[in-house]
Design a protein. Sequence first.
Length: 459
Amino acid sequence: MRVLLIAESANPRWVSVPLEGWSHSRAIARHVDALVATQVRNREAFLEAGLVEGRDFVAIDSEKVTRPLARLAYGICGGKGKGWTTITAISSLSYLYFERQVWKLLGRRIREHEFDVVHRLTPLSPTASSPLAGKCAKAGVPFVLGPLNGGLPWPREFDSARRREREWLSYIRGMYRLMPGYRATRRHAGAIIVGSRATRDQMPTWAKDKCVYIPENAVDPRRFDQPVDREPALPLRVAFVGRLVPYKQPDLLIDAAEELIRQGRVVVEIIGDGPLMPAIREQVTRKHLDHGVSLPGWVDHTQLQHRLRQSDVFAFPSIREFGGAVVLEAMALGLVPIVMDYGGPGELVSPATGFAIPMGRREEILGHLRQILTQLAGDPAAVRAMGQRARQRVLSQFTWDAKARQVMQVYHWVLGTSRTKPDFPLPLPDDADVNSTMHTPLNMDKRRPSPRLTEGATR
């Protein structure tokens, strides 16, 4: 099978979406004959990894449009790290130019059926249209869209965090459905891979028959091959990893663990940096918790495994997380995850492998988190067993290769070599076989009821 992979953002040197685009495309390329169309900024990393330009990838130069639009976006938002809805909206405009350049370079080859399938991996945002979908449909070549993931509404209880993040555009984000290309992209796509329940729920009714749920994130077992080998003991070691911004709530973790830190039963490590760092340092000093809270700042992704494997528990009370790659990485090392039962992380963690806190007011989340930490500190021996189950869950279901095998089923479905639409359960149970095809429709209502929400999202 010959597949053209559109991965505008794909780079093994970076994290988040670029690393995902890279990992996903390389995993698929192990199953098919793939050509990756990526942005020129990624060329050096592709070559360094041993890929051959022209054979394995093509570098598309869209910088003359991308750079000025990026400067405009950051200027409107006051710099990087805030106003992601605005940044995503503007970057979607530059992506249209990227696809235009892809068609200019590869359109003839698509029309001549050199590729069996064209698959857009990135961008992940549902707001980014793909004119290529219509052009591929006209050429008779199936176009696969996704994983799409984004549009997770801001919880009403945290509207103040929304404003602090300068998410002004998120209040009218739903208007992207009126943009040119929204309906056409979905109408012409042969299949739409959705990376979360929230994204599937946003799909128009007429497009849901094309949707296949495959969680957005995965891990490379080679990057996380040194699991925790210490027996949990007091003080229990609790880690957090992420940007220090209001919606990720690193300060709430410190408040929840405060008494346990004073009792010598828990120590906390906040890995990351961001605008909240000065306030968190002040919080730790004011509460006299310096002996039980470490703030190392950013840790290079290549060193994250070594750092995390020294912990027992991964506490991540972020109230608005699309995928939750860092949660899978922690679970892959055998840490017990504590996440919010909202968005991506809540779909990764099962009752046997971790804890998912229901959405609510800050005080309610604080109480739940404090109770869980107290429970774990009271029975450190149980932590190891749950962490081992978490690791097994990730290695059996959430590796990039497992994800690629699921994508192969999507390819065979759009090509007509398989009449059965792939349909994977949501959430994936602990005993799920990622190679099996579920023949019954997805039941999206088996989860706990959603909290009260307001419209708005980043991607």
